[in-house]
Every structure is written in C-alpha cells, then in structure tokens.
Design a protein around this ligand. Structure first.
Ligand code: BTN
Length: 253
C-alpha cells in the first residue's frame, strides 16, 4: 500500500475479493504462522460477524472489511482496554481523513448523528490467562448509499460517504487507521491505559448520558459517569449506587 507509514501494522497484507469473514481468515493465518501486524482485507464478506452473535452487512466494494493480527504481551483481562483503544484509533483516523463528527458509543461502536458507521470485533485466543493473540476485526461503512442498506439497517446505519457528502477513498482511511493504531498501541504498551482512557472519554458520546445497559446480569439504567481502569463503564443508578458494566451493549436515552 503506497501510503503506509507504519513499522509493522499492515506490512504483510492478504487481500481477497470475497471471504466468509476476514476474522476467520486471520485466525487461519495465525495458525499458519502469521506475525503481529498481518492484515486481512476483503472486498466483501458472505458471513461477516458482529458483536453479540449478530451478522455484519459487508457488501462488495463499499466498505473496509478487515482484520489485523496482534500479539500483545498482556493479561487476558486487559482485552477490554484493547477494544477501547481500537475504537479510539478508528475514530481519530476517520475524523482526520473525512472531517466528520464521529463519536464512540461504549464500548466500541462509532456513530455519526446517532447512526452506526463502524463496528469492531476482537476475537482473542489465550493461554494461562495471558493473551496469545487477538484478531481485531473492523468494519467501516465507507461508500454505501442509503439504498444499499437492507430495511432493518436503514434507520440505524450510515456511511462516511453519506455523511461527508462525497465518495471517500478507502486506502487513505486504511493507511491512517493503521498508523494511528500502531502509535496508540505503542503508547499503551509503554504508558498503560491512562492516556488511552483520556482519549476515549474525549471522543465518547456515552459519558454524561443516561443509558440503559443490557448485560448478562440484566438491565442497568442510570447516568454513565466514567470509564474505570479496566475499561468498564461506571453507571450511577437512580438509587445512588455505582455499577460497573464490563461487557454488553448500551442504549442512549
Ligand atoms: C459490531 O457488531 O459492531 C462488530 C462488527 C465487526 C465487523 C468486522 S468487518 C471485518 C471483521 N470480520 C468480521 O467478520 N467482522 C469484523
């Protein structure tokens, strides 16, 4: 890729016209010895995976459907931090390239005007509570037009092209994302989650909002007041109790 300014990320690229899921291919590549920074990109996915068991709409040539292999030397319970970091990298690079007002909804959805434009799915393999590797799957809707979306997505999804009012070059975003992601990972490995948390909070729509969190322990409602050190969302409930939500999904009220 001509524009690439990274040391490792994206220096080895596997490009496909069509795959089931770039995350699946990335896992296969790791089994075959792929190194940190290996990137899998496809023009379309026939079984793109989303969070919480959902599917991910990935039509041909309209988006960035890609997965990056990372091998960070961190404990498994730091995975949520890496998830938030990935969202910060995607958000900052998109803002820089497209000049759109994209924000993060906890933990890692990117929204423009309340509609989803990017999703992130980390799939991690561990041994003895340490991360062996993780596949960071990122789906960015770039040049989809309103009519490209199926009925169930029309009201809740958007694309960078729709929001910017013109077509966007995918390669420029990929290169900007990989550079931002690599730089933030280095910052994280050297200084911990503190600086990433500040960046995340500055870009988040969730903090200060009344939210409803759907978690494995049930529904928790209240005002999202902060991120804790592990990446959990701290919710102040109406009864004054503070509850930490580690995974799941929130709805903004
Ligand atoms: C979400 O539900 O928000 C996460 C969506 C993640 C989609 C990306 S597209 C590239 C990679 N391959 C997949 O199958 N999923 C991720």
């Amino acid at each position: 890729m001509a524009l690439l300014e990274t040391r490792t990320f994206g220096r080895s690229i596997h490009y496909y016209d069509e795959v089931s899921s770039t995350n699946t291919i990335a896992h296969d590549k790791v089994a075959q010895g792929a190194e940190e920074g290996t990137l899998i990109i496809a023009e379309c996915q026939t079984s793109g995976r989303g969070r919480l068991g959902r599917s991910w709409f990935s039509p041909k040539g309209k988006g960035i459907w890609m997965s990056l292999v990372l091998k960070p030397k961190i404990p498994l319970f730091f995975t949520p931090q890496l998830t938030l970091l990935t969202a910060v990298a995607a958000c900052r690079s998109i803002r820089r390239v497209c000049a759109v007002d994209v924000k993060i909804k906890w933990p890692n959805d990117l929204l423009i005007s309340g509609k989803k434009v990017t999703g992130i799915l980390l799939e991690t393999s561990a041994e003895d509570e340490r991360m062996k590797y993780t596949v960071c799957g990122i789906g960015i809707s770039v040049n989809l037009k309103p009519d490209d979306y199926p009925k169930e997505l029309k009201q809740i999804a958007t694309s960078l092209g729709i929001e910017a009012g013109h077509e966007i070059e995918r390669e420029t975003i990929i290169a900007a994302f990989l550079k931002e992601f690599e730089d933030l990972c280095e910052l994280y490995y050297s200084q911990g989650f503190g600086p990433i948390r500040i960046l995340w909070e500055a870009l988040a729509v969730s903090i200060g909002q009344v939210v409803r969190a759907h978690t494995s322990q049930g529904i928790i409602e209240g005002k999202a007041i902060a991120l804790d050190d592990s990446g959990a969302l701290v919710i102040l409930q109406n009864n004054g109790e503070e509850t930490k939500v580690y995974s799941g999904e929130i709805k903004l009220n």
